[in-house]
Ligand binder design. Structure first.
Ligand SMILES: C[S@@+](CC[C@H](N)C(=O)[O-])C[C@H]1O[C@@H](n2cnc3c(N)ncnc32)[C@H](O)[C@@H]1O
Length: 244
């Protein structure tokens, strides 16, 4: 029976106490600028890049670190979290193994709030991807989410299956685990899971969330759900225009 441990704690302090976590790979989604009302955008970018570097350095050479991040449209500018994670990886000397795009709106549709895709980015010190085992670079659906900031179920499955198939590590750590989507998926695939979450209620939910018959249980809350990871309200884009 795969294990699940959730720590109600501050992630960076917790990571500092652990050092390098033997036998672990990481799948995580670092918090957004909107979660730091006291920081300027430039200050948040420094926090984000430093936090990504701390996550990278906690992973052993035989593990991988997979970031699931959605960019942000901010006052007429584009905040590219994929770039920030890549900057952290260059600083720590990790190689990028792959970069997948997870559609959050139908291709060809404009989005007016958040971008229409998320990044799924994989890094490692010692692991190299087996080209013959490649999986699609563009995921048409993120999958079920329990809340707007949650990871999509299908994207979590891609991340955890890569860990299972192409590393020797058998524990998935998410230091910013929210409701624990990736931890539930990891357990469903037979991997142990460790999560850290600052919010008490979210930490409680992360202890309970499960995948049953291909869906997340407890079920989605009304009003925060998406269907198949594609958001309602995206309008078809006029031909000849492009975004991003
Ligand atoms: C993008 S969400 C993660 C969503 C999660 N992957 C899911 O599927 O539900 C980021 C999470 O980090 C948590 N968080 C923010 N700052 C934190 C910190 N310093 N330490 C631990 N958790 C933190 C937030 O409460 C939020 O739940």
């Amino acid at each position: 029976m795969p294990q699940r441990t959730i720590h109600h704690a501050e992630a960076l302090a917790w990571l500092g106490e652990q050092g390098v976590i033997a036998g672990a790979s990481f799948v995580t989604s670092l918090p957004d600028f909107s979660e730091f009302p006291k920081l300027s955008l430039d200050e948040w970018k420094v926090w984000f890049t430093d936090a990504a570097a701390r996550v990278l350095l906690a992973c052993p050479p035989d593990g991988v670190i997979i970031f699931y991040q959605r960019d942000q449209k901010q006052a007429g500018t584009w905040v590219d979290k994929g770039h920030l994670v890549q900057k952290a990886a260059e600083r720590t000397g990790h190689a990028q193994l792959w970069h997948k795009i997870v559609c959050r709106a139908r291709p060809g549709c404009a989005t007016f709030g958040q971008p229409g895709f998320s990044h799924l980015l994989c890094f490692s010190q010692g692991v190299r991807a087996e080209v013959g085992l490649s999986t699609p670079d563009v995921l048409p659906l993120a999958g079920e989410q329990t809340w707007t900031r949650g990871m999509g179920l299908l994207a979590c499955e891609v991340a955890c299956r890569f860990i299972l198939d192409q590393t020797q590590t058998r524990t998935v750590v998410d230091p910013f685990c929210g409701h624990g989507t990736v931890l539930a998926v990891a357990n469903d695939l037979g991997l142990d899971a460790v999560g850290v979450e600052l919010g008490r209620k979210r930490a409680e939910r992360a202890r309970e969330l499960e995948v049953k018959d291909g869906v997340l249980v407890p079920r989605k809350r009304p009003g925060t759900a998406t269907v198949g990871g594609l958001e309602d309200g995206a309008q078809p884009q006029r031909s000849g225009t492009s975004q991003g």
